[in-house]
Ligand binder design. Structure first.
Ligand code: PEP
Ligand code: MG
Length: 758
């Protein structure tokens, strides 16, 4: 007779389903489950061990071992066979357990008479929550279908643990592992501290319907959903959807490969034949795979596992007919979004007033979503490996965007310490708000313009909130970067008009689109070749002069938006003066075109250049004569002067922006501006740090532009600064033989001596 291998597991799952539906106390339910498993598998013993937060596995239920050992017998993670299974997240199938080197005898259980042993990990989202074991007196080897059945049962138990049902049996101080605090360290992407609750950006779908009624029907559902999944991936490969902005094509290719992986599909089908629903099968196969891959050290393979996770999640959504639209719905008031990676536009879908932070498993400081998060003023920490699979929706979480740390399910004392930090920061903000009413002047009465940097509509409310004197740098490329196709002329014009309306007469400097380098537009395939040094490549003004259609459209939108008002336009990455002349020609032609059609033109048009490329340092006087104003882009200028990639974290602290040579460069620029009566601003990150802003004022800068959050701290410094003294101090130290002490330390001492808050 041919035995139906799937009959055993199916009968067992049917029993479990009935048990789950019965109104039982958790202990009673567990006792019955182990009894049913033992009966179904013809085993003399069946035991469940649950992992506690203190890394101890506690016996929670047994049939066959001494019942008095329940909640008393325990093993450390890694100790004995059970501890080994939990630590490795792999099943153990032994015909003579006592011979295994890891075997540890627990006298209280009375298990010495059992020889064969099968133990499987209880897994959820790749994490081990416990171990399920069956034992027999005879020396037997358990079959594959029996292992499969026990693993499937373990999955049901994982859900019971996750639902909190089993957790109710834990004793105070001995809570389950699922509620264990976890800390992660990575990189701080945006300043600030946020306390709140986890919102998984792509919520892991919780499968509640585990048992199928009809395997054939479930197999059909799986096939349909796999078909749609494959189609949607092909579609994405063709369209490169905005949600995949920044993701590599390679990832999508990997998705396609996985979606067609025969081994994967076979395992899914097998789980269904054993009695699971299609979605429970996806969950089980994924969990097994995650546990197996957990031990891999190859970063490439681990990365592929994350891709596989994403794919499984997509398949679950297909099966449950759920789109990715769940955002905003039932969002807590203190949401901290946890994502592997995310498109910039997706972040904008969350209501700003409920966001307290963003945690990314990947991400880079220059990724678009980080730029947008900065503009929204929310703390961001990234490169937090493993945070997505450890988090559950609603878990308490702290994001520390100062230190680059994340604390999941924090202990009360840690939470209290952070809450104090948040209060402290709020008090300081209050102080800065007070300062807004004060004039922006040094202690000795020198007026300074504190401007802000912006680039998106979400920045605009900050103009009033931060008390900025205007917008010193409007990065127009951000609108292009968060879009999925080139923004149309009308959309550009609308944004520029909104900016000018919000500014209400305060000056606004629009920088023409600065793409290329690290600012990639996924939908723009400009360059025919891969650039070896994109920062030195085809970018900014170089690119727009070669594609004049882009620049023309933008200039026209700016001219129209500024009808009847002043318009300031600034060119990025100018290297030689001919570029300014070429751009001016394009602008003049647009002005002529619009006046021919009787358009309302700006009352005045000022053209400026950014000083970012060192070549300009040897033609400063000619430059100042050729433009109406200049602005130092200290981020790029510093990277080119020091030959140090601004995005390379390994070099981040190597060279000091306040070193003598760089300060001398900055002073030359300020002096040339004064000599030529050409206004000079600085709009790089340097302007936003109180100590470097102080240095800039000492070098002669009277206008600096920074992120809105920096205006308060810089103003607090400014109002306490005796500028005359600082100017003399810097002149002395920069003129003589290169300073003996690092300039940063000298400036810090200068401020400390005079109680200037930095
Ligand atoms: C700079 O380079 O300093 C600058 C302000 O431009 P961006 O940071 O946008 O390159
Ligand atoms: Mg720049």
């Amino acid at each position: 007779m041919i035995r139906d291998m799937a009959a055993g597991p199916r009968v067992l799952l049917k029993r479990l389903r009935e048990l789950m539906a019965e109104p039982l106390e958790p202990q009673e339910r567990l006792d019955r489950i182990v009894r049913d498993i033992a009966a179904n598998m013809v085993a003399e013993v069946c035991s469940l061990y649950v992992l506690r937060a203190d890394s101890v596995l506690e016996l929670y239920a047994t049939v066959g071992l001494n019942p008095n050992a329940v909640h008393l017998a325990q093993l450390r993670l890694g100790q004995g066979l059970v501890g080994t299974i939990a630590a490795s997240a792999r099943a153990l199938n032994l015909s003579n357990a006592q011979e295994h080197p890891a075997f540890a005898y627990l006298p209280e259980t009375g298990e010495e008479i059992y020889h064969s042993f099968l133990g499987v990990p209880v897994l959820r989202a790749g994490r081990t929550l416990g171990v399920l074991v069956v034992q027999n007196k005879t020396m037997r080897h358990y079959r594959d279908d029996e292992i499969e059945a026990l693993e499937t049962t373990a999955m049901v138990i994982a859900e019971m643990i996750a639902s909190g049902d089993i957790g109710r049996l834990s004793r105070p101080g001995l809570e389950l592992d699922l509620s264990r605090p976890a800390s992660f360290t990575g990189i701080a992407f945006n300043e600030g501290v946020g306390l709140g609750h986890v919102v998984l950006h792509e919520p892991r779908i919780v499968v509640t319907n585990l048992f199928n009624e009809d395997s054939d029907e479930e197999l059909r559902r799986l096939e349909d959903s796999l078909g749609s999944l494959r189609l949607s991936i092909d579609d994405m490969l063709e369209r490169r959807d905005v949600a995949f902005e920044g993701e590599h094509r390679e990832v999508l290719e990997a998705y396609r490969m996985f979606a067609n992986d025969r081994g994967w599909v076979r395992r899914l089908e097998e789980a269904i034949r054993n009695g699971l629903t299609a979605e429970a099968a996806v969950e089980k196969v994924q969990s097994d795979m995650r546990a197996r891959m957990m031990h891999m050290t190859d970063p490439y393979l681990r990365e592929r596992m994350s891709d596989f996770d994403d794919l499984a999640n997509r398949l679950l959504r297909q099966l449950l007919g759920r789109g990715p639209e769940t955002i905003a719905e039932s969002l807590p008031k203190d949401a901290i979004i946890v994502a592997r990676s995310m498109g910039a536009a997706e972040l904008l879908d969350y209501p700003r007033d409920r966001l307290r932070g963003l945690v990314l498993e990947d991400g880079a400081p220059t990724s678009h979503v980080v730029i947008v998060a900065r503009a929204m003023g929310i703390p961001v920490a990234g490169q937090m490996k493993g945070v997505v699979s450890m988090s559950e929706n609603g878990d308490p979480i702290i994001v520390d965007g100062v230190e680059g740390a994340v604390h999941l399910r924090p202990q009360p004392d840690l939470e209290a310490a952070y809450a104090e930090k948040v209060r402290f920061r709020a008090r300081r903000q209050e102080l800065y708000r007070e300062l807004r009413k004060k004039p922006s002047e040094t202690k000795d009465g020198v007026k300074v313009d504190l401007l802000m940097n912006a680039g998106l509509a979400v920045d605009l409310p900050q103009l009033a909130e931060a008390g900025a004197a205007g917008i010193g740098l409007f990065r127009t490329e951000l609108q292009f970067m968060v879009a999925s196709t080139f923004p149309r002329a009308e959309a550009q014009e609308k944004l520029y008009r909104d900016v000018l309306d919000t500014a209400r007469g305060r000056p606004v400097t629009f920088r023409t689109i600065d793409i290329g380098g690290d600012k990639v537009l996924p939908y723009f395939k400009g360059s025919a070749q891969e650039e070896e040094n994109p920062a030195l490549g085809w970018r900014a003004i170089r690119l727009t002069l070669d594609r004049p259609g882009l620049l023309r459209t933008q200039i026209r939108a700016l001219l129209k938006a500024a009808g009847g008002r002043e318009l300031k336009v600034m060119l990025p990455m100018v290297t030689e003066l001919g570029e300014i002349a070429q751009a001016r020609e394009i602008i003049d032609r647009e002005v002529r075109h619009l006046s021919r059609f009787a358009h309302h033109l700006p009352t005045s048009l000022k053209l400026g250049a950014m000083i970012e490329v060192p070549s300009l340092l040897w033609q400063l006087d000619e430059l100042m004569q050729a433009v109406d104003f200049v602005s130092v882009g200290s981020n790029d200028l510093f990277q080119f002067v020091m030959a140090a990639d601004r995005g390379n974290t390994q070099l981040a602290d190597r060279f000091d922006t306040l070193s003598v040579p760089f300060l001398r460069v900055l002073k030359q620029i300020a002096d040339a501006g004064l000599r030529n009566h050409t206004p000079v601003t600085l709009c790089g990150e340097l302007a936003g740090k109180p100590i470097s802003a102080m240095a800039l004022l000492g070098l002669g800068y009277r206008s600096i532009s920074m992120s809105p959050a920096s205006i308060g701290p810089v103003k607090a410094m400014l109002t306490e600064l005796p500028l005359g003294e600082l100017t003399a101090f810097l002149d002395d130290n920069l003129a003589g033989p290169a300073a003996r002490l690092p300039m940063r330390a000298l400036l810090q001492a200068f401020a400390d001596d005079r109680s200037i808050p930095l």
